[in-house]
Design a protein around this ligand. Structure first.
Ligand code: NAP
Length: 280
């Protein structure tokens, strides 16, 4: 009989992670002889933990704050992890420790599922923010063939650095020019932490977005951000951050446990209830 397979999420702290809820839901649903655990590992113990992943009984792992850059450096990353500059998913392939960043497929998979056709005829997207999540978003949009991406960030140098990394289709713009540029964007994505519980609000005016624009907020606490509420009240299509969190989990599960799970309404309801009960 094959040995029971196990994977985990490694972080410091790790109590807040929804990954065990998501993966154990799929494990139970499909009746797999498998397990997904939380591992609280401090930065000084992370290298040792990863080096002995097999001895600890794991076929792979998710990696979260503050270990994603170290995980990248300690593994064989694919193009996505390299472009994002961080690995969130590790798996053993023979004797090799490989990695990817599933935020790219999480972002695109969520848009495809929630706003089908979002990229049809899309000439220009507007991305707010230039951190780790923005890199995953830019990679996904460019891979999908979006011709022009306007990028606004509080710290202009970080947006300029992303143009250097991703090329001329990424065009840094000033935050102060948002209003004037809104009519050009068929997709608006907030990748900043503005609007998240405990953070300052995102105060932008979306009244000049085209009527067929899609608005996607990566923030998922709260689930209905002020940005999404404003977009909904204008009748625009909206996509929330919880969907991305769920869709980014698919790739790891498939690599570790050999089957591709589905993001369903039932899974979403489970995680949504957890978010609402804990409010963080
Ligand atoms: P990060 O690397 O720390 O980047 C944070 C971004 O927010 C930067 O662009 C930063 O601008 C901007 N920002 C922060 N405070 C600001 C302020 N007061 N005013 C203006 N801009 C501000 O973080 P990240 O990993 O990219 O994550 C960003 C957000 O995306 C978080 O809310 C996170 O929860 C969410 N996220 C969601 C998912 C999902 O699955 N739904 C996945 C990944 C991330 P500066 O460059 O000027 O500092």
């Amino acid at each position: 009989m094959p040995a029971r397979k196990a994977a985990c999420v490694i972080g410091w702290p790790i109590g807040h992670s929804r990954s065990p809820l998501i993966h154990n839901y799929w494990i139970k649903l499909h009746g797999l002889d498998a397990e997904y655990r939380r591992e609280a590992v401090s930065p000084e113990h992370f290298s040792d933990f990863i080096t002995h992943l097999v001895e600890r009984g794991y076929v792979g792992a998710n990696v979260t704050v503050p270990h994603k850059e170290t995980a990248l450096a300690m593994s064989e990353p694919d193009d996505r992890a390299r472009a994002v500059g961080a690995a969130n998913t590790l798996w053993l392939d023979g004797g090799r420790l490989r990695s990817t960043n599933t935020d790219v497929e999480g972002f695109i998979g969520n848009l495809d599922a929630t706003a089908p056709g979002w990229d049809r005829g899309l000439r220009c997207a507007f991305v707010l923010g230039a951190g780790g999540a923005a890199r995953a978003v830019l990679f996904g949009l460019l891979e999908r063939g979006v011709g022009r991406i306007l990028l606004a960030n509080r710290t202009a140098e970080r947006a300029a650095a992303l143009r250097t990394q991703f090329g001329d289709r990424v065009q840094p713009v000033r935050w102060g020019d948002l209003d004037a540029l809104m009519p050009e964007a068929g997709l608006l994505v907030n990748t900043t932490s503005l609007g998240m519980a405990g953070q300052p609000p995102l105060t932008i005016d979306i009244s000049h977005l085209p009527a067929n624009a899609v608005v996607n907020d990566l923030v998922y606490v709260p689930l209905e951000t002020a940005l999404l509420a404003a977009a909904r009240s204008r009748g625009l299509r909206t996509v929330d951050g919880l969907g991305m969190l769920l869709h980014q989990a698919v790739g790891g599960f498939e690599r570790w446990f050999g089957m591709r799970p589905q993001v369903t309404e039932a899974l979403r309801a489970l995680v949504e209830a957890d978010l609402i009960s804990k409010k963080s």
